[in-house]
Design a protein around this ligand. Structure first.
Ligand code: EPZ
Length: 437
């Protein structure tokens, strides 16, 4: 199991490029299932979760070709700090096995995103229930309920969701869909299924995340008729078929926020390129409340940290509020900030596992239900800590970068799922970090 060795106490400085967004890429890969024509995605991040999703699609009969295109547009292995844009072309004309097996789904719950496209394209799907994960039970009842409303007959047996479209001609039918809570992949699954349904669908209480909008933009380029993406009511007029297209994946706002927090926690000054600030308003506001100077250019964000951060309270909620995927990273910066921060996690029931590991580094954190009280300390001391989930791992890396002495972060396969070559990018910012087996 790989570990990350971090020599802390060094302010980050320099420039790195941000990669394509994992949480946009995953549903976009599944969108290929909706058409018999090739779908090409560019700015694809090189992540373990992307590899898993591609493996899942290939075993369904999808043809996949990947090309690592250097930043200069030549097909070469671009240096990681340049985050060369990789492109992937998917051809689902030979789709012949609408099954997502447990061994792949259990390692990446986003695999549930094939359910809607398969039901819409093939008239049937067998998708393993994702099961829970470290941060919560994470059921998919809203995905199932929405497909049932569209006429799919769904049974759940032996840990698999089995969907069949019983309506005449095996097509889903447009429906009014209301999700009990805001669900990002639930909205994405239903939006993709509705593209090929008979008639109009309306998704109410829809997720407004930028990744939902990126997916909608790609589907529209493929011929889908969608309006309202980015608002809480999305209207989809079903069409007979979709065509292929080429779509550039949006930049990863959570990776961007993670490196901004790493610079803030180490008193550094960094320049992040190939990104966008327009989806990070609340995170940028909070970093400015903490005392950081932030300037924005077209696709670049510059951050200069103060000598000591001020504690900043947050409350996570669906977009455009503070993203739950940035909560762990913000807890790390609050451990060394001046004052006490109150941090409320309202999305997942168990997303504070990084707290006990941060305490091992000397942090002062009290947990009460879904609220964490974090009182900044003068300094953290390096220690061995263990990653439990993707964003918790990022939180421990940030704390290790800020701590005095050496920190060893164990089980960093979690990091590899969602951060492209993190140690290479951090080293490009002057961090003393290396991966050991
Ligand atoms: C997406 O997960 C993201 N993953 C998560 O990012 C992110 O944390 C989450 O949205 C919230 O923003 C991808 O996009 C691949 P939800 P998702 O459905 O769609 C409950 C990361 O770190 N719920 O919006 O699975 C659920 O339990 C990952 O990159 C139901 O009860 O999250 C949760 O409490 C982690 N039933 C809440 O809703 C359902 O059918 C929001 O979950 C669906 C969801």
């Amino acid at each position: 199991m790989d570990k990350l060795l971090i020599e802390g106490g060094i302010p980050l400085a320099g420039e790195i490029a941000i990669s394509g967004a994992k949480n946009a890429a995953l549903p976009l890969l599944c969108a290929a299932l909706l058409t018999r024509e090739p779908l090409t995605l560019t700015n694809v991040p090189d992540l373990h979760d992307i590899d898993t999703m591609l493996k899942l699609l290939v075993q369904m009969g999808v043809k996949v070709s990947r090309e690592k295109v250097g930043a200069g547009g030549t097909a070469s292995a671009a240096p990681a700090a340049m985050s060369g844009t990789a492109s992937v072309t998917l051809d689902a004309s030979g789709l012949d096995n609408p099954v997502a097996p447990y061994d792949l789904v259990k390692t990446m719950r986003a695999a549930v995103l094939v359910l809607g496209p398969l039901a819409a394209r093939c008239g049937e799907a067998r998708v393993s229930l994702p099961g829970g994960c470290a941060i919560g039970a994470r059921p998919v009842d809203q995905h199932i309920r929405g497909l049932q409303a569209m006429g799919a007959e769904i049974t759940v047996e032996q840990g698999y969701v089995h969907a069949r479209t019983t309506a005449a001609g095996g097509k889903l039918k447009g429906a009014r869909l209301f999700t009990d809570m805001v669900t990002v992949t639930g909205t994405e699954n239903l939006m993709m299924a509705a593209c090929l349904a008979d008639g109009e669908s309306v998704i109410e209480n829809a997720a407004r995340e930028p990744e939902v909008v990126d997916l909608a933009n790609c589907l529209i380029a493929m011929g889908a008729r969608i309006s309202g993406a980015g608002t809480d009511v999305i209207r989809i007029q079903g069409v007979d078929r979709l065509s292929g297209t080429t779509h550039r994946i949006m930049p990863d706002r959570i990776e961007t926020g993670t490196y901004l927090c790493a610079a803030a926690a180490t008193g550094g000054a960094v320049r992040l390129t190939n990104t966008s600030s327009s989806y990070l308003d609340v995170v940028i506001d909070k970093l400015m409340d903490a005392g950081c100077e932030i300037s924005l250019e077209r696709a670049t964000i510059n951050l200069k940290a103060p000598p000591r951060l001020k504690a900043v309270s947050i409350r996570t909620a669906p977009y455009p509020a503070f993203p739950t995927d940035m909560q762990a990273q913000f807890m790390a910066i609050n451990t060394v900030a001046d004052g006490t921060a109150i941090m409320r996690e309202t999305i997942f029931e168990n997303r504070f596992m990084h707290a006990v590991e941060l305490i091992r580094l000397g942090a002062d954190i009290k947990i009460d239900g879904n609220t964490a009280f974090v009182t900044g300390v003068g300094k953290l001391d390096g220690a061995t800590v263990m990653a439990t989930d993707l964003r918790a791992s990022a939180s421990l890396v940030i704390a290790g970068l800020a701590a005095q002495g050496e920190t060893i972060v164990d089980r960093i396969y979690h990091l590899d799922r969602g951060y492209e070559q993190m140690e290479t990018k951090l080293a490009a910012l002057g961090a003393r970090v290396r991966r050991v087996k």
